[in-house]
Every structure is written in C-alpha cells, then in structure tokens.
Ligand binder design. Structure first.
Ligand code: GCB
Length: 609
C-alpha cells in the first residue's frame, strides 16, 4: 500500500514541464485565433491507384505528364496549342467537399484504398510575416505541394502537422496540391486490419495561418497536485534570452516569466486562491492569454488534478467512478464521412452526457478531432485518449516505434491544455509478448516524460480459465489505471446467466476500468438471440451485475455509443458493413440497451459512487 501511495504522489507532484527533444518541430497551437484562411470547401481531385504522380519509372514514363502537383494550367496550355502531353488536369477534375473522407463522397470511391490527389486554389498577399499550412488530419500519408514545390510530407491519419510556406507563397493565386495515400501496411499505425472503416482523405480542416516573424508556437498550463499552475511558452523565430512573457488567467491571475536563449519560458505560480476547479459537474474554463514578443494567443483552459491513490481515481482529490461509453469518430447518419463539425460533435456528446448520464468518454481508437476534445472540456466529460497501436503492429521494428512516439507526441502537444483529457492510453488489445511489452513500455515512458500530469492506461486482453478471469500482463507495471476489454456472453459460448457468476482476479492496489464490453443488435430486430435488441439489453444487465462484483472497478466505457462502419462486419442480415454494438443505430435510434445503461449510470450518479 505504501508503494502505491508513493506512486500516486509521483503522478501528482511533477510539474507540467515536459522533456525536450520529442517535440514536433512546429505546433501553432493558437492557429484558430490567428489571421489566415480556412481552406475548407470544394477541392478538385484525381484518383491515382498506381501512384503515377509520385513515381518515375527510370525516366521511361516521363514523370512530368502524370504529376498532378505541377504548377501548370493544363487548359491554358492546351488552348495555346502546345505539344506538351498531360494526362491530368486538376482544374477540370471532379469536386469534393473538404474536410471529409472520400469514401462517403461518391459511390465510386466507397471502398477505394490508395492515392488521391486534391487541389485547391486560394488567394494570398504578402504581409511581411510568415505563413504556414496547418492540417488537422490527413488519413494516412500526405504529400504536400504549393505552387509546384514539395513543402512536406506526413504520416499518421489523426494528428495535426504544420508546414512553413513563407518562401513559396506568392501574391495572388496559389495552388495547393495534396496527395493523400490511405494505404496501410505492416509497418503503419494501425496496420491494414482494424475494425473500423477506411476513411481516406483530408478528414479535418486545413488552414493557412499568418504569423509575425517571431510568434508563440505553443503555450501550455496545468494545475499540479501541489497547488501550483505550471507550464511553458515557446517562441519560434528570431529569439533572444530574457524576452518577457505574460500569462493572464481570466481576471484571477497574471504571471510573468522570461525566455531562455532558445525562446522558452517556464511558468510556475501558486494557484490563485479563488481558482475554481474544472469537473464534469462544473466545467469551468478560464480565458487565458499568452503574450510575448508582440504576439498574443488565447485559449480556454480548465484546471483540475487527476491522480490515483491505491485503487481509487481521484479528480480534484475526490474519488470518482468513470461512467463512460466508447465512441468512434463518426457523425450520426447513414453515410458518415468522419466530418466532425461542432454540431456533429455536440450531438454525440449530448447523447453521452445527457442521454446516458455519463461523465466520461473513451475516444477510441485514435486521436479524435480537436472539435470533440474542446467540446468535452466545455460540456464536462472526462476523456480517454489513444493512438491506434491496435491489435498488432510491427513490435520489433524501431522505425515503427519511432512513428508511435511521434504520433503520441503530436497528440499530447495538441491536447495538453484540455482539462477533460485525463488518461493517455498506450495500446488496445495487443497480444502479450516480450517485444510488444517493450514497445508499450517505451511508449509509456515517453508519455510520462511529455506529460507527467495525466494518467497512463492501456486496454488489455484478459485470460480466462473456467469461471475465473485474470490479467496476466507484465505491462501493468507501467500503468496507473488498468483497463480490460471483455466480451464474455457475446464472443464465445457463455450463457448470459453465467456472467454474474464469473470472478475476477485483479491486483487489489490499482484502479480497474472495463474499457470495453458489448454485443451487437440490429435496431428494430427483436428476440432473445444474438443480434436481437432484447439479447443486447440482457447482456448489459448481466455484465453490469458481473462488474458490480469487481471490488477495484472504478469505471467503464462499454462498446459503443452508435453503430459504426467496418468492412470486417459482413453478416448479410444484421451487419452489411456495420458493427452493430451501438446502443444507438447509425441514425441515432436508441436500442433497448441504451436505457439499461442510462438507468445504471443515473443510479450511480445519484449515489455519487
Ligand atoms: C474490440 C476492439 C474494437 C472492436 C470490438 C468488437 O475489442 O477493441 O475495436 O470493434 O472489440 O466489436 O469486437
């Protein structure tokens, strides 16, 4: 117990200042509030299944005739009567709304998995400052060209990246061309096989962002367990030691600091006495302004502490139970495009918070849109955040570990000002092996360095012998909160009546959450058999009865709020491309099990247990 207490204290007491070295080169944390342009809207596109726009067959096929990113107006060249041969014309290509996955845009791209070129023109004028493109997410690889010049590449479908275009941007019309390759392989994260849809494309907004020569690239604040507010402000551009940095937290406090020679200032003040703590019941956010070198960025930040003590999870020092649900990034509707607008995110989170009486959401299995995480802050929902180290990746490969660490860093730097985010997960259902455990351990160490203020977890596999379920996973030594996915009563032959009698052998000194349990039901299909609404509802009753008997249980996020698309799910009557474990159909029709969970959570909320 003493060891557990010391461990808990370590989690809380570290300052929020992360280690150097793992940081993405540019973050532009305050991009939303800066001058520039939102490049959402209609983009033209061109399919390129054989990647001809990127490859040169030993100079034999002149690369140029296929290169969609060339700075050339093909129609004008044709009109001039030239002899140059082009096999593309982005100008006259079909159009698609960006952001949004191509799979939902047109039936011919429904199952397309490969390279697509996108183009969009925009006007710009030089303003003496710097210019950047910030992509919130491109799934899975992006090749970015501006005015015919390659300006950068990115791998990873769910995290933001920033490319500087100051020297390439021209006065007047600019041509932005992006090659998006959705193909996954054995070295990608995730690999080719998952249980969700392909969703290729520019799935989140793209912005042109203008800044002064020296600007605040990133600024973060967090409340620590010992009653301090700590963080950092980083300048990018010509910097000098001793530049003054000011941080205002609403009308409550104003802190100052000075930069070091690298343009970084550390903030560390005693939390002001009147500081209201953020919680799901009271999601208080402060308007925070960071100013330095003539530049200002604003954010809305909540302050709370999160820690573990023994087998309890403490929010602001109080033990809590996480009444949650899992969520994929899919809006309501028969044909999701993974286009999460504020309205779409609000509708989903509203069902969770007010329909289910939940205080927590597992944003699975990858970093969700910034819109969703910000709304969780505003509406009051605790968040589990994860990157898609899912089922199995190439554990032995150092290049793959590097990708995972980079993805994790991009996520943490994006969301570390979000009070809602309390858990970083380092994996989902990864079969135990020495290489896999070493991989996850390196991830956990990385997370601990980057963000010592939050808790670390992973959704683990359990072992079952007869009626006894146990966790036998050496990774638990690296985790603050244990989490397991369990499907007894759905996969396999257990009867529902057997569930409450199953027993759990889990460490007594750690909090446990059920990161998943669930059963498919087709909305409107009735009966006490698999895929029937009544069966799913009874499965929930019996699983909840089983859960009640786990003494260290501190929360759950059953699988899942709504039905979601998955090419893996091809039962011809009940699935047809949809995983049906939703408590709601894809269009938002509640199944019977929704009421079972809502009632259970209402009871827990009323007992404040
Ligand atoms: C799981 C996975 C999740 C699947 C779910 C299922 O354990 O983590 O991604 O969708 O089971 O429906 O089987």
């Amino acid at each position: 117990i003493l060891a557990a207490l010391l461990f808990a204290a370590t989690v809380m007491l570290h300052a929020a200042v992360p280690a150097q070295g793992l940081r993405p080169p540019l973050l532009l944390t305050g991009a939303q509030g800066r001058a520039g342009a939102d490049l959402s809207g209609q983009w033209t596109y061109s399919r390129d299944l054989y990647r001809t726009g990127l490859t040169d067959i030993n100079g034999w096929v002149a690369k140029s005739r296929m290169q969609r990113y060339r700075d050339v107006d093909v129609a004008a060249e044709e009109a001039r009567g030239g002899t140059t041969f082009f096999e593309f014309d982005m100008e006259r290509g079909p159009r698609m709304a960006i952001p949004g996955a191509w799979n939902a845009a047109t039936p011919t791209l429904r199952y397309y998995d490969g390279l697509v070129w996108f183009q969009r023109k925009f006007d710009a004028q030089p303003d003496g400052g710097r210019a950047f493109l910030r992509f919130e997410a491109v799934n899975y690889r992006a090749y970015v060209y501006l005015n015919g010049k390659e300006i950068g590449r990115h791998e990873g479908g769910f995290t933001p990246f920033v490319l500087e275009v100051t020297d390439v941007l021209r006065a007047g019309e600019n041509w932005l061309t992006v090659g998006v390759d959705s193909t996954h392989d054995a070295q990608s994260i995730p690999t080719q096989i998952t249980d969700w849809d392909l969703y290729g494309g520019i799935t989140r907004p793209v912005r042109l962002v203008r800044t002064p020569a020296t600007f605040i690239d990133d600024a973060a604040l967090a409340l620590t367990g010992d009653g301090r507010i700590t963080g950092e402000v980083r300048l990018n551009g010509p910097v000098a030691a001793g530049q003054r940095v000011t941080v205002r937290i609403g009308a409550l406090a104003c802190a100052t600091a000075t930069t070091d020679a690298a343009g970084r200032a550390v903030i560390d003040i005693k939390a002001p006495p009147g500081l209201e703590r953020w919680s799901p019941e009271h999601p208080k956010l402060y308007d925070v302004r960071f100013a330095a070198a003539g530049d200002t960025i604003a954010d809305r930040i909540g302050f709370r502490t999160i820690a573990v003590r023994g087998n309890q999870i403490l929010l602001n020092g109080q033990s809590i139970f996480l009444r949650g649900i899992s969520l994929h990034e899919e809006e309501f509707g028969p044909n999701p495009a993974r286009n999460i607008t504020p309205q779409a995110a609000r509708a989903l989170l509203h069902e969770i918070k007010h329909g289910l009486h939940a205080n927590y959401v597992r944003l699975s299995h990858y970093p969700h849109s910034e819109v969703t995480v910000r709304l969780a802050d505003e509406m009051g929902l605790l968040v589990w955040s994860e990157i898609p180290v899912y089922w199995t990746v190439d554990w032995e490969n150092p290049a793959v570990l590097k990708k995972a660490l980079a993805m994790q860093a991009e996520t943490i730097y994006r969301d570390r000002n979000r009070a809602s985010v309390v858990l970083w997960s380092v994996g989902n259902e990864t079969p135990v092996s020495p290489a896999r455990t070493a991989f996850h351990a390196a991830m956990a160490d990385n997370v601990r360095k980057l963000d010592p203020t939050r808790l670390i977890s992973a959704a683990l596999l359990v072992e079952r012998q007869g009626g006894v379920t146990a966790i036998r996973d050496p990774l638990i030594d690296k985790l603050d909160v244990l989490a397991v996915n369990t499907y007894a009563g759905w996969y396999g032959d257990d009867t529902l009546d057997a569930l409450p009698g199953l027993t759990w052998q889990v460490p007594a000194d750690r909090p446990l959450i059920l990161s998943e349990f669930g059963a498919d039901a087709l909305a409107g299909h009735h009966g006490m058999h698999k895929f029937g609404e009544e069966y799913q509802a009874e499965y929930y009753r019996k699983t909840l009865a089983m859960a009640e008997r786990i003494p260290t249980l501190r929360g759950m996020s059953p699988w899942i709020l709504k039905d979601f698309q998955s090419p893996r799910r091809e039962h011809p009557v009940f699935q047809n491309g949809w995983n049906r474990k939703g408590l709601m159909s894809e269009t938002g029709v509640r199944k019977e099990a929704f009421g079972v969970l809502a009632e259970y959570y209402q009871g827990r909320a009323a007992n404040r247990a």
